[in-house]
Ligand binder design. Structure first.
Ligand SMILES: Cc1cc2nc3c(=O)[nH]c(=O)nc-3n(C[C@H](O)[C@H](O)[C@H](O)COP(=O)(O)OP(=O)(O)OC[C@H]3O[C@@H](n4cnc5c(N)ncnc54)[C@H](O)[C@@H]3O)c2cc1C
Length: 306
């Protein structure tokens, strides 16, 4: 019988355990761990702020304690995977460097910022990432991916598809420039604190769904019926905010067991009262089914189900 003894950190506050949870402090240690656990199921996590553990994890969870950053020159900074992205941005801002400030207060670590291509306020990680350093889980060799090779998309990268599970992001090189970002950072922190659940206070994984893109004809037909519908033209199609669609379906503040659609921002599902992963998944399924029924639009989860 398998023993699941190790609680897995996750911002949803889901009680899930793994067979093993290992933190490493150097690349050599990481190589050693990978050698020792070759053939076992491995999942590398950051802060667990975009994960929904639907059951205990039958394998080894890895987490980096490498959390340093250094300037390579006046325009680039290399940060290790385990550094909290917002700590990096805070340090850069203090040192009078700008470029990443719109990503302020996004939970999670540097490693995942590249995997997820995190974004907010019109800026995405891909806009500031120069290259991504990785370790190949099979050969234990380092490999560097250029920005193009990462195939970044909306909350997406090759690390979520063809490279998934094969490479551990070990550090990310971001481009920065001298400049005062204090005001932008403060404004963003205030706005985010006003509408998003605070990590450590209310369990969530941030936006549960991605914003859908629909063909122009479909958007035009919907606009005849819903003239107030917010919409944004883009090369991928017309983007419609998922939060608006969910709100129109009457979900704001609604609960299912311990799970709730966050009253201040309906794109977020929270663990309001000891929710199980099944309750969160069921609420998400009902939300997306009702959006499909009312608008004919499919909304997909941004959160990774494990
Ligand atoms: C309150 C709240 C607000 C949020 N707001 C935003 C927002 O505005 N914009 C946004 O984009 N996201 C947002 N998120 C989602 C989340 O912050 C991001 O997805 C973040 O990148 C997750 O980082 P993490 O370190 O917690 O990664 P995890 O959730 O632990 O992991 C995410 C994925 O990355 C993989 N991974 C992690 N580290 C590595 C590594 N070193 N190498 C390879 N793979 C790795 C994991 O296996 C997993 O597939 C929010 C979340 C919360 C809770």
């Amino acid at each position: 019988m398998t023993n699941y003894n190790f609680p897995i950190p996750n911002t949803f506050g889901i009680d899930a355990k793994a067979k093993l949870f290992i933190e490493y402090y150097s690349l050599d240690e990481l190589r050693q761990v990978l050698k020792e656990h070759k053939g076992e199921r491995i999942l590398h996590i950051g802060q667990g702020s975009n994960l929904l553990f639907t059951k205990d994890f039958d394998g080894v969870i890895l987490h980096s304690k490498m959390a340093r950053a250094r300037f390579l020159d006046d325009e680039t900074v290399e940060a290790q995977n385990g550094l909290r992205l917002d700590d990096l941005i805070a340090q850069l801002t203090d040192m009078n460097y700008c470029g990443l400030e719109k990503l302020s207060l996004i939970p999670g670590e540097v490693g995942a910022s590249a995997v997820q291509n995190v974004g907010a306020y019109g800026c995405e990680a891909k806009d500031v990432i120069v290259r991504v350093h990785t370790l190949d889980v099979e050969t234990l060799k380092e490999r560097v991916f250029t920005n193009e090779e990462c195939k970044f998309g909306y909350r997406d990268s090759a690390f979520k598809h063809e490279l998934k599970g094969r490479y551990i992001v070990t550090s990310v090189v971001y481009k920065v420039k001298p400049g005062d970002a204090t005001k932008t950072r403060e404004e963003i922190i205030e706005t985010r604190n006003g509408k998003l659940p605070k990590v450590g206070e209310v369990g969530s994984a941030g936006s549960f769904f991605m914003n859908p893109f629909v063909p122009e004809e479909q958007a035009n037909a919907l606009l005849k019926q819903y003239p107030d519908m917010p919409h944004f033209a883009s090369p991928q199609g017309v983007k419609i905010p998922a939060a608006w669609l969910i709100e129109q379906c009457g979900w704001k503040g609604k609960t299912l067991g311990g799970a709730q659609v966050w009253p201040k921002q309906p794109l977020v599902i929270v663990n309001a009262n000891n929710a199980s992963a099944q309750e969160i998944m069921e609420l998400a399924a009902q939300v997306s089914a009702s959006v499909k029924e009312k608008f004919g639009i499919t909304i997909s989860p941004e959160v990774n189900y494990i």
